[in-house]
Design a protein around this ligand. Structure first.
Ligand code: DC
Length: 249
C-alpha cells in the first residue's frame, strides 16, 4: 500500500489557533492522538476538527479499509479470499487531501463511492483479514512516524499506536449513532440501526485487532454532547496529557 497526504488547497484552513498552535512545537516531538470507537460515534467529524485546531494531519483509517473493500467489490474478489485481499491491500494507492474529505484510490476520486452501504459492509468484512490489517498497520505507522497525527479507527490506541500520548474511546447510545448516520446518508434509521449493529458485532468479535477500549484511553460518551462540547473535552485532554503539569491552562 502506498498512502499519501496531499497538501491542503487552502493553507488558512490549517492554521492552528491560539494556545493550541504551540502544543507540538513546545513538546518538541511528534504527538499521536488516537480516536477509536464504534460506527456513528462521531469520530470523523471530531477527529477532523481536532486535527485542524492542532494543525496535525488527520487520518481516517476506516477510509483506507473502505477503499480496499471498494476495489475488491469492483474486481470481483471473494471477500473470503484472504490472499487476494492482502494483495489488493498491498497494491492500493490511497491519497488523502489534507484537512479535507477527499479520498483517492489508484488516482480516482472515490470519496462518495466508499460511503455506500455495500462498501461499509464489505469494509467490515475485509478488515477481518490479517494480511489486510498488517498492510494497513504498517502504512499507518509509517505516516505517524514522520508527523503529528489525529488518527481515527477501531484499533489505533490498542494496536497501531499502543504508545500514543492521547487516546480517546468515543461512544454513543446505539439509537443516536443510527440517527447520526441516517442523517449523513439519507437512509432510513431502522435500516441503518440494523446495519450498524451487525457491523459493530463483527468489528468487536473478530480475532485480529477487535474494537475495544485501550486501558489507558479516555472514555467519552457523546450521546448528550454537541460536537463542540466533544471537541473541547478532547482538546482539554490533549493539553493535560502533553503539558506534564507545567504548561497550558
Ligand atoms: O470507521 P468506518 O465506519 O469508516 O470503518 C469501516 C470499517 O473498517 C469498519 O466496519 C471496521 C473497519 N476498520 C477497522 O477494522 N479498523 C480501523 N482502524 C478502521 C476501520
Amino acid at each position: 500500500m502506498d498512502t499519501s497526504i496531499l497538501p491542503p488547497q487552502s493553507s488558512a484552513l490549517h492554521e492552528p489557533r491560539g494556545i493550541l498552535r504551540s502544543i507540538a512545537a513546545e513538546t518538541q516531538k511528534r504527538l499521536i492522538v488516537a480516536i477509536d470507537g464504534p460506527a456513528g460515534a462521531g469520530k470523523s467529524t471530531i477527529a477532523r476538527a481536532i486535527a485542524q485546531r492542532l494543525g496535525f494531519t488527520y487520518i481516517d483509517t476506516g477510509a483506507m479499509y473502505r477503499a480496499v473493500a471498494l476495489w475488491a467489490l469492483r474486481v470481483g474478489v471473494d471477500l473470503d479470499d484472504l490472499h487476494r485481499l492482502e494483495q489488493l491491500a498491498k497494491e492500493a494507492r490511497i491519497e488523502f487531501a489534507a484537512g479535507e474529505i477527499l479520498v483517492r484510490l489508484n488516482g480516482e476520486d472515490v470519496t462518495a463511492a466508499i460511503r455506500e452501504p455495500r462498501v461499509s459492509e464489505a469494509a467490515s468484512k475485509v478488515s477481518m483479514a490479517p494480511g489486510v490489517r498488517r498492510a494497513m498497520r504498517e502504512e499507518q505507522r509509517r505516516i505517524g512516524a514522520t508527523q503529528s497525527v489525529v488518527m481515527e479507527g477501531r484499533d489505533i490506541g490498542t494496536v497501531v499506536f499502543p504508545d500514543a500520548q492521547v487516546k480517546i474511546y468515543l461512544d454513543a447510545a446505539p439509537e443516536i449513532r443510527a440517527v447520526r448516520r441516517a442523517t449523513e446518508t439519507g437512509a432510513a434509521v431502522a435500516e441503518i440501526a440494523q446495519e450498524i449493529a451487525e457491523r459493530d458485532h463483527r468489528d468487536r468479535t473478530r480475532t485480529e485487532a477487535p474494537l475495544t477500549q485501550a486501558p489507558d484511553a479516555e472514555y467519552l460518551d457523546t450521546t448528550r454532547l454537541s460536537p463542540s462540547e466533544v471537541e473541547e473535552a478532547i482538546l482539554k485532554l490533549v493539553r493535560e496529557r502533553t503539558s506534564n503539569g507545567k504548561g497550558h491552562h
